[in-house]
Design a protein around this ligand. Structure first.
Ligand code: KIV
Length: 259
């Protein structure tokens, strides 16, 4: 049985943690899906980890659609959520609906994620949900606002900021979001938000008390050049791939490849 958004809420009630990883193409989608991940996020971090852009701001809706289509073709079980890229939803709820509709209709993903809280974003979430589009929220460090944040720094470290993030998460729930990502905020704030909301929280650099955890797949596999402090590498594929490629080059030089 494929994972549904309703199951995520049940899992929160049952205290069953939710696993989520990012993915960007068919090959990785099949591997992660068959390995039993609950939610696959076609995250806009693909802009940096697979397309070489310096921030997520450069990614276009058409590029995202291309990757989402490839991911969806590889998935049988996981719930697939796709990020709305920068400037594909900020203009108006109507623009957000057109962009989200394209991702659901042409890629077949189950839901979209967008960054930011209230009041504007909550109104946009309500607009999408009322028209049948499931939305995951994202508060705390929101990479599409990197220039406003002044870098990829931890958010919610002052009382005022922490309260703002809590209010944003509550506004997203009120607007009908089915889950919310909490990125790079103090663990105590994430725990508070998790207790306050009835929808699941999915943390990244937000402590252990969230209802689920998400990481960027390139980070856990050791594929990235750089990793954020909260990303635990589970293996070093960069090293393994380099060793395999060196061996192949040596074998070619020695005329030692299979005939
Ligand atoms: O794009 C992404 O990878 C994300 C995660 C950090 C949650 O939004």
């Amino acid at each position: 049985m494929a994972v549904t958004i309703h199951q995520l809420r049940q899992w929160k009630q049952q205290g069953r943690p939710i696993s989520m990883l990012t993915t960007w193409d068919y090959a990785f989608a099949t591997i992660l899906d068959q390995a039993g991940i609950d939610v696959l996020l076609v995250g806009d971090s693909l802009a940096m980890v697979t397309l070489g852009y310096t921030t997520t701001l450069s990614l276009t809706l058409d590029e995202m659609l291309y990757h989402a289509q490839a991911v969806q073709r590889g998935v049988k079980q996981a719930l697939v959520v796709c990020d709305l890229p920068f400037m594909s939803y900020q203009e108006s709820p109507q623009q957000a609906l057109r962009s989200a509709g394209k991702l659901l209709q042409s890629a077949g993903v189950a839901a979209v994620k967008l960054e930011g809280g209230y009041p504007d974003m909550a109104a946009t979430v309500r607009y999408l949900v009322d028209r049948g589009i499931p939305v995951m929220g994202h508060v705390g460090l929101t990479p599409q606002s990197v220039h406003q944040h002044g870098g990829y720094r931890r958010q919610g470290t002052t009382e005022v900021d922490a309260d703002r993030i809590l209010q944003e998460a509550m506004a997203l729930e009120q607007a009908g979001a089915f889950a919310v990502v909490l990125e790079h905020i103090p663990a105590v704030l994430a725990a508070d938000i998790t207790q306050t909301l009835t929808i699941p929280t999915i943390g990244i650099g937000a402590g252990l008390d969230c209802d689920g955890q998400v990481l960027v797949t390139a980070d856990i596999l050791g594929l990235s050049d750089w990793q954020p402090p909260f990303a635990k590498p589970y293996t070093n594929l960069r090293q393994s791939i380099t060793a395999a490629v060196h061996q192949f080059c040596t074998d070619v030089q020695n005329r030692n490849v299979p005939k």
